[in-house]
Design a protein around this ligand. Structure first.
Ligand code: HEC
Length: 479
């Protein structure tokens, strides 16, 4: 690392003079693979780009890197790699894998000077990668009861496996580790808890292990537990904090698989690390959703904004933005009661493939009355290569590939809650509720959802649809 410092200084120095001085005069020594490039690839790329991992080719040797120098430059310059969609500089996150501007400049310089290998004696050793559970043996390991077989070709698959916990009491986890058996195909994983039994029903209705969905678990009422993507190292919650797994819950494990061109199998394991000692703080998930989407075909700049008012003092640990294919950008920012702005996440260039969560290095303290503003933009035009509909069609909230979502999930604790002292608190309510203003917004959003002709009220047919949807969802009448 130190070795590259003089070179970066030289580069910066050179940049100062390039406008007036012929660059040949101040030309720095060209970076080599062994000295400058390998350390970057080993730290930032090899977690995924090595045999048996999700990266489509290894980046471990000089030959691996040399033959791909051009595509590597393209991928790092556009910051497509390493995958990380949050804009930098707003707030610090754990495990931020981004390359610095200087590292990107080195890679470009190296590729432009015909990608030399340099002196092999300077090559650092390959990093040691953990193959087992990285937090040690979990208290409980669960998996689906059967291996899943993935076809060779076609679209990515989002398969939900339903795994009973058989817990006879509520449990708290300090960490959840995910270990795919076939890391080449597992792109990301989200674990939900389900106490409704609906996940089991859906599983039983299909012959293969699990059932197929697109953006979410496909079961209303399932609660987000934890998300994982390759490269994410699991970490324990702070002492006394726990993720809640209710008694009798099933885990719905949604696995995003990408295909490799040949049939593959996988059986992803999850490891529960239980909280040791008393639990004082329950880590809850708030779903800040804007369900009122109604995106006209052809609209390249469809904007939505929704504000959620925090009902009681909370501490926010992480944020997960979630949209589907035609989402373009999302911004989540809080305004504290005194007017101070607290950025949470900005994803300027959304990519459905990378459903990443962002864990704050310093958890954010939000007093009651803090307003969290969620802003999202969608591109429903033909120019959007990610648009699944050709020609574009009107897009509303839903679970299908051609539907959209607009959610920011917040992992948080309630400041007044101290379970160890017997002081329980209730969490923030779903969907922007929590106060009358927010309830009104929710009702208006619900109205928009069924108001297909957009006249601001429900006609008979629209009302019938709404009643049907309500019954299907809340089961007041058997289908
Ligand atoms: C978290 C895992 C992960 C990390 C870390 C990662 N990659 Fe990738 N990379 C992938 C996956 C998966 C793909 C396949 C395309 C996709 O899913 O986006 C890919 C694709 C690529 C491609 C091909 C892009 C194309 O246009 O086809 C290049 C080049 C690449 N990665 C380079 C890098 C470099 C260089 C780094 C480090 C600076 C890196 N990757 C870090 C997972 C990763």
């Amino acid at each position: 690392m130190n070795r590259s410092l003089p070179l970066i200084t030289a580069l910066a120095f050179c940049a100062l003079f390039t406008s007036s001085t012929p660059s040949a005069l101040a030309k720095p020594i060209a970076p080599t693979f062994s000295r400058e490039i390998a350390p970057i690839l080993f730290t930032h790329c090899a977690t995924c780009h090595r045999p048996g991992e999700v990266g489509p080719f290894p980046l471990l040797t000089y030959e691996d890197a040399r033959k791909r120098a051009k595509t590597i430059v393209a991928a790092v310059e556009k910051r497509l790699m390493p995958p990380w969609k949050a804009a930098p500089g707003l707030v610090a996150y754990h495990d931020d894998p981004r390359l610095s501007d200087a590292q990107i400049a080195l890679i470009k310089e190296w590729a432009a000077t015909s990608a030399p290998e340099g002196n092999r004696a300077e090559l650092p050793p390959l990093p040691k990668f953990t193959t087992g559970w990285s937090l040690g043996e979990p208290g409980l390991v669960l998996q689906a009861d059967q291996e899943f077989t993935l076809d060779a070709d076609g679209r990515d698959v989002y398969q939900c496996f339903v795994i009973p916990t058989k817990f006879t009491e509520d449990r708290y986890l300090s960490a959840l580790e995910v270990r795919p058996s076939n890391r080449r195909v597992v792109h990301h994983v989200v674990a939900f808890t389900d106490t409704t039994g609906k996940g089991r029903e859906r599983d039983a209705a299909t012959p293969e292990p699990g059932y197929r969905t697109f953006g979410g678990p496909g079961v209303p009422g399932a609660q987000w537990l934890e998300g994982w993507a390759p490269g994410k190292s699991p970490r324990h919650l702070p002492a006394g904090h726990g993720m809640f797994v209710p008694k009798g819950a099933d885990i719905i494990l949604q696995v995003h698989y990408n295909k490799t061109g040949k049939a593959e199998t996988d059986l992803t394991k999850i490891g529960f690390h239980f909280v040791k000692g008393p639990v004082d703080k329950r880590v809850r998930i708030h779903t800040h959703a804007y369900p009122g989407l109604n995106i006209p075909p052809g609209n390249a700049h469809y904007n939505v904004t929704n504000t959620y008012t925090v009902p009681a003092g909370v501490t926010v640990l992480a944020v997960w933005p979630h949209m589907h294919l035609i989402g373009r950008s999302m911004n989540v920012e809080a305004t504290l009661p005194g007017g101070t702005k607290q950025p949470m996440v900005t994803v300027p260039d959304w990519n459905f493939n990378w459903q990443l969560g962002y864990h704050f290095k310093e958890p954010l303290k939000f007093p009651a009355g803090t307003k969290i503003q969620l802003t999202a933009q969608y591109d429903n035009s033909t120019n959007n290569p990610a648009n699944p509909s050709h020609p574009p069609k009107a897009v509303r909230w839903g679970e299908q590939t051609t539907d959209e979502m607009c959610i920011a999930f917040y992992a948080y604790t309630v400041d007044a809650e101290h379970l160890a002292q017997g002081i329980a608190a209730s969490g923030m309510s779903r969907g922007g509720g929590g106060n009358r203003e927010a309830m009104t917004t929710l009702m208006q959003e619900a109205l928009k959802l069924f108001d297909k002709d957009g006249d601001g009220k429900l006609n008979d047919a629209e009302r019938a649809e709404a009643v049907k949807a309500f019954q299907e969802r809340f089961g007041t009448k058997k289908k």
